[in-house]
Every structure is written in C-alpha cells, then in structure tokens.
Design a protein around this ligand. Structure first.
Ligand code: HEC
Ligand code: HEC
Ligand code: HEC
Length: 374
C-alpha cells in the first residue's frame, strides 16, 4: 500500500477552502447582477436632470473624467499662448461656438444652460482646474454624457490652441463680478446671440475697411469668387474640415454663398505692414517661380496666378495662414476634394523649412487689387 503522506491531506483541504471561497464569490456576484438588473428594469434610478447626482456619484464621475483627461493629455506640447492672433480668433469662435452654453466669462450664464446637468461651467476659471494641455485635449475630444461637444473639424487639432489661448486671456483678466475687458480691438462687447449674418463673417474676416481679425484667418479680398464659393460649399458639405468654418457655413443658402463670395472678392485688403526676412523671401521666391524638380514640386506660379478661377490667389495672404494650410496637405488633412488632391501632390513633397520660406515669399507680395483676377 502506498503511504498517503500528510502533504496530500493538506492539499485536499486547501483546495476545498479555495472552492468555498470561489462559491461565495460567485454567489455574491450573482446577487449583484440580479440586484443591478432589478435596479435597471424597475426604473428605480431617477434620470431627471432636475435631481442632482448623489455626492458619491459626482465624485466618481469627476475622478474618472479628470484621470482620463490627464492620462491622455500629459504628453501634449504647449505652444506660446500669448500670441494675439490666437487670442483674437479664439474669442470670435467662442462667441459663436461656446457662449450659448458657457456664457460670457465671469458673468452669470443663461437659465437654459444653468438647467443642464452637469451645467457648463464658467470658463473664466477653467485654468484653475486644468493645465493648458488638459484643456487642449478636453476641447478637442469633448466629454461623453455631459453635452460638452468634441471639436467639429475632424483632424484639425491645429485649430484648438486659439481656444486655449483665449481661455488663458480671460482667466487672467476676470474674477467674479468683473466685466470682460475687450482684447480684440473691435470695441464690441462679447455676446452670444443675434448676429446679423454678414457680421457673422466680418467679425473674423473683416470687411471693406478692415482686414481679418487674426493672422490665422485668411483674407478673402481679391480672391476669385468661384474659388470662395466652392470653399464655402465644401465647408457646408463637411468636405473641407474646419471647426471654425463648418459651423459658420452650415446654415448658408446657395444665394447667401454667392452673395458673400462676390462681395468679399471685391474688397480690397488693407496692407498689414508685416516685416519679412529678405533671405527667407528670396529662398521662397526660388521655390515659387522655379519649383523644386528634385523633390517633384512644380513652380507654384504654374497654377497660382495662371487665371484659373478655381485656384486661390496667394499673394498678400497671411504667412501664418499659408503655412498652416501647406502643413495640412503635408499631414493629409485637406485632400478630400478633387481640387484638394491637385494641391496635395505638391504639398506632401515639401519640407517644413520649404513651407516656411515659400509662405514668407507669397505673404510679402502685394494682394491683387480686386474683382478676383487671380
Ligand atoms: C452644448 C453645450 C456646450 C457647448 C456648445 C460647449 N460646451 Fe464646454 N462644457 C459643456 C458641459 C456640460 C461641460 C461640463 C462637463 C463636466 O462637468 O464634466 C463643459 C465643460 C467644458 C470645459 C471644462 C471646464 C471646467 O472648468 O471644468 C471646458 C474647458 C470647455 N467645456 C470648453 C468649451 C469650449 C472652448 C467650447 C466651444 C468651442 C465649448 N466648451 C462648448 C457644454 C458645452
Ligand atoms: C470664428 C471666425 C470665423 C467666422 C465667424 C467665419 N470665418 Fe471663414 N474662416 C475662418 C478661418 C479660421 C478660416 C480658415 C479655415 C481652414 O483652415 O480651412 C476661414 C476660411 C474661410 C474661407 C476659405 C478661404 C480660403 O482662402 O480658402 C471662406 C471662403 C470663408 N472662410 C468665408 C466665410 C464666410 C462667408 C463667413 C460668414 C458666413 C465666415 N467665413 C465666417 C474663420 C471664420
Ligand atoms: C497643379 C496646380 C498647383 C500647383 C503647381 C500649386 N498649387 Fe497650390 N493650389 C492648387 C489648387 C487647385 C488649390 C485649391 C485647393 C482646394 O480648393 O482645396 C491650391 C491651394 C493652395 C493653398 C491654399 C490657399 C487658400 O486660400 O486656402 C496654398 C497655401 C497653396 N496652394 C500653396 C501652393 C504653393 C506654395 C505651391 C508651390 C510650392 C503651390 N500651391 C503649387 C493648385 C496648385
């Protein structure tokens, strides 16, 4: 007879103990599942936005939100947020895209947004709660189940920093009870409703007298009207992605689009007085006029300025805007339309420094007079 050692007996007992524990855990899990099912199916939970969450639910939701944001935002590199062009563009988009929910920074919000749960907070204090990279991530992605939307322009992360820069500027200037100081220079107090339609464009793009509010906003003056019209139709159809322009173009009728395109193409752009580095301009001129055959880049002037009404004018356009658009083509973010694809063949073969040089060259030229003669 083999001798059954003590070890075997202990082994049997141990297994039994684990099994018991396992059964207890299974039983508890079963009770939990049945309890949860009863909780859901009886409709016991009150989904009404009139009743606040329990404190502990709020705590869990906020912790999940903030941990999720910080885990994803930590590696984001922050640019210079004092840039006046960023602040001016962010401010104008805030009026149309954010103020209806978040209200005017530092002032009481409207009753409808106060009745949301969670309610959109006063963004005069956003910088107390989040650092710039967390705000960037939050504005780009939105927050599920809260009403906070994600950025409407897919693949347009380059558009988010002006919003963060604007929130920083109002954070510094506002404390509860103080009225927001106007920083963009147009003298109009910020408001969230009741724009006249052309105001809805000129507050960013300027009008017959004034230029764009920011170097990130293109000048429309002197562009071929056909080009402007097509651009607006593409924004309206969501084919050209931009979190600034898709909402602005969304409600425009065909008639309004033709009217704005004709009107803007006839305006004359005021000179900006921007200074350029002559060596950079010379390097850019060589690319623009001769192309770079070794990199498969044709001369820009073989298309731009050749009289085709679908090719935009580049002369006198802002350097920041030109550079930003060329970077979009390099990153594959403006090639969803047939015309975008023509330009993509050029843009994706250019290096960062070539993009900067050629943008400086075109920005240094004078804009064509008017009437859309490219
Ligand atoms: C439809 C309403 C709505 C719109 C429009 C909206 N938000 Fe929000 N936003 C919210 C809600 C609701 C919250 C609160 C989310 C929460 O508490 O988790 C929020 C939270 C935020 C926060 C976090 C603030 C803090 O201190 O906790 C920031 C920043 C923010 N929004 C920025 C923006 C910006 C910038 C825009 C415009 C581009 C915008 N929001 C447009 C509803 C909106
Ligand atoms: C919040 C500021 C803002 C408002 C308001 C606005 N725009 Fe724009 N617009 C921009 C920016 C920024 C761009 C560049 C977008 C991009 O990167 O595609 C742009 C681009 C455009 C373009 C394309 C120009 C080009 O050279 O390709 C047209 C056309 C245009 N806007 C017309 C309008 C019209 C018409 C309105 C009024 C209905 C309007 N915009 C309202 C900021 C604005
Ligand atoms: C083969 C013709 C062609 C050549 C060559 C070409 N482009 Fe373009 N470019 C276009 C077309 C077409 C568009 C309009 C794209 C659209 O509507 O999305 C465009 C648009 C642009 C825009 C956007 C302007 C705006 O208002 O949004 C920039 C910037 C630009 N091109 C720069 C350049 C530069 C710099 C070069 C030379 C290195 C160049 N292009 C060479 C055809 C060309």
């Amino acid at each position: 007879m083999p001798d059954r050692g003590d070890d075997d007996v202990v082994m049997v007992r141990r297994l039994t103990r684990w099994q018991r524990l396992g059964m207890a855990a299974l039983f508890l899990a079963g009770v939990f599942v049945v309890g949860a099912a009863v909780f859901v199916w009886t409709g016991y939970y009150n989904i009404s936005a009139k009743s606040e969450h329990w404190d502990f639910t709020t705590e869990i939701l906020e912790t999940v939100r903030d941990q999720s944001i910080h885990a994803r935002a930590d590696a984001i590199v922050v640019p210079d947020l004092e840039d006046p062009g960023m602040i001016a563009l962010g401010r104008q988009h805030y009026r149309g895209g954010c103020a209806s929910c978040h209200g005017i920074p530092g002032e009481e919000r409207n009753p409808v947004s106060r009745a949301m749960l969670p309610d959109p907070p006063d963004l005069a204090f956003a910088f107390d709660r989040y650092d710039p990279s967390a705000l960037f991530w939050l504005i780009d992605n939105g927050i599920k189940y809260t009403g906070m939307p994600s950025w409407p322009g897919m693949g347009r992360q380059d558009e988010i920093w002006p919003m963060v820069a604007y929130l920083k500027s109002v954070h510094q200037e506002n404390r509860p009870g103080t009225i927001i100081e106007d920083t963009s220079g147009d003298g109009e107090p910020i408001d969230s409703y009741g724009f006249q339609v052309l105001d809805e464009c000129s507050r960013c793009h300027g009008d017959a007298q004034t230029g764009p509010v920011s170097d990130r906003v293109p000048s429309l003056s002197g562009q071929p009207p056909d080009y402007l019209e097509r651009a607006l139709r593409e924004y309206r159809a969501g084919l050209r992605e931009s979190g600034y322009m898709e909402p602005a173009a969304f409600g425009l009728t065909d008639d309004a689009i033709s009217l704005f395109a004709t009107l803007y193409s006839q305006y004359r752009a005021p000179t900006t007085g921007a200074q350029f580095d002559p060596e950079q301009v010379a390097r850019g001129a060589a690319i623009a006029l001769n192309g770079m055959p070794q990199d498969d880049v044709p001369a820009c002037t073989s298309c731009h300025g050749n009289g085709n009404p679908q090719f935009p004018n580049l002369a006198g356009q802002s350097q920041t805007y030109l550079q930003g658009q060329l970077e979009l083509w390099r990153n594959g973010a403006r090639d969803r339309t047939p015309y975008g694809q023509i330009m993509a063949v050029v843009g994706r073969n250019m290096s960062q420094s070539q993009i900067e040089d050629v943008s400086a060259y075109f920005a240094s030229l004078e804009q064509p007079a008017s009437g859309g003669d490219p």
